[in-house]
Design a protein around this ligand. Sequence first.
Ligand code: CAA
Length: 240
Amino acid sequence: MNKVALVTGGTRGIGASIAIALKNKGYTVAVTYQSNEASAKKFQQENQIPIYQWDISNFEACQEGLNEVIKTHGSIDVLVNNGGITRDGFLHRQSTDQWNHVITTNLTSCFNMTRGVIESMRERGFGRIINISSVNALKGQIGQANYCASKAGIIGFTKALALENAKKGITVNVVAPGYIGTDMVRAISEPILEQIITSIPIGRLGQAEEVARAVLFLADDMSGYITGETLNINGGLLCN
Ligand code: CAA
């Protein structure tokens, strides 16, 4: 039987590429989305991948949503915690809402989603959890104290979870993309984005498919000896 994979924030950008790559590899895939119904429906029609709408920052919504996915598709073997947002701004001008929204959507969601699948993965003796962080967790970024904190938190979360589940056939890893040509990055103002691209040693934005490739690798049965790791895909941004 096909393994079941669930990707949060899986109808656009990096998440969509991950979902499509998993489907092409033979997984049964489901994705969640937060609010952009038009692009979610378009994604579903184009790719024949079922979409589920819930707020990943809400614990109860995650448990209800997960139950529905499991009832329809079977137990989840691969969880990709990809859903995330930015609310950029200098900290001296940031509101409590800007902080909380980013932390709960990007980091608390990893707890909410993982808590709902981890017991079953432990019972079945298999699981792959792949958490999407960011190069900015490791190098910092102007205007992103909230985002960098949430994405760095994911790395600590991953390492602790990897240790807790190492003897249960479950691996937990991070993929940390750099600047990928998605809506999120293209929303950066033109002069700042140009400045960012100039700083990338490879000299271009990454492609979502280049990130999906790493997720496929970590999800594979043969990657069972890799756990607690961070795989960086950033065009060389951390070399300097
Ligand atoms: N890299 C280098 N310099 C930056 C910068 C960046 N990412 N962001 C801001 N700056 C610089 C500006 O060039 C400007 O410099 P000067 O004063 O010399 O002109 C200074 O910081 C102040 O910037 P603004 O004039 O834009 O100030 P603002 O208050 O209007 O806006 C801001 C502040 C919201 C942080 C805005 O600058 C911004 O959106 N910056 C981009 C932040 C960013 O890089 N976000 C990444 C989003 S993509 C992502 O997060 C995906 C991922 O995982 C990699």
